[in-house]
Write a protein that binds this ligand. Sequence first.
Ligand SMILES: [Zn+2]
Ligand SMILES: [Zn+2]
Length: 249
Amino acid sequence: MKMTFIGCGAADYDWSRYGEAGILGSTATLLNGNILLDCGPTVTAAMARWSIPLENVTVVVNTHSHSDHFNVDELRKISGGRRIPFYGSKEACAQVAGFCEVHPLTYGDKFTVEGLQFTALPSNHSVEDFREETFNYLISGDKTLLYALDTAWMLSKAKNLIGRTFIDAIVWDATMSEPDDWRIFDHSDPVMFANMRRVMEKTGNISKDVKIWFDHRALTLWPQDAAEQEAIAKRENVMLAHEGESVTF
Ligand SMILES: [Zn+2]
Ligand SMILES: [Zn+2]
């Protein structure tokens, strides 16, 4: 599986300054060059920046409708009149049904796009309408990826849907770089992460060799210095997701 990090920032960036040093874009990831996970406000600018033609995107899968992950104007640009498939909550689908082929999801749904099998997991996160479902994804092809953002603690329903699946790689919500922040009810910090990682090793879902990337990093909750950021990743034995970088596993 190949993964390209289109954007790695949380919602506290001023995206009118996108392109300036230190300004991360809205979190989005391209899988195998054609499946776009999330489509926030900087996605088309980022794709131009990383020389990825918009028409390469053949399907969009959405985690949730927060504005840093879901932007109708950006989706319209990517769709470009092609009526591409869009998977997400029924509320998000309703907003793009005029120009996308919509596939409303509910927890536990399984679907296949571009040869990858997706399972829609409940994330521990909420949008303004608390009844609207928010998703993480278990994605299997030649390897298995857990795409876990935005989310706080993994919910038991998500763990049950994962079952005994062996996970090769995880993109993890790393909104906070330190514990004890009030956002723990919607997002993750390294202490929460380390606890979940240890338990997932015990349950056999991951091995010591699992590849983990910290993504969705908040401007105000991470040190500004890049070396300090890398030191946190090294301490936690993970990698930072870097914008514009492609990785294979
Ligand atoms: Zn977010
Ligand atoms: Zn969110």
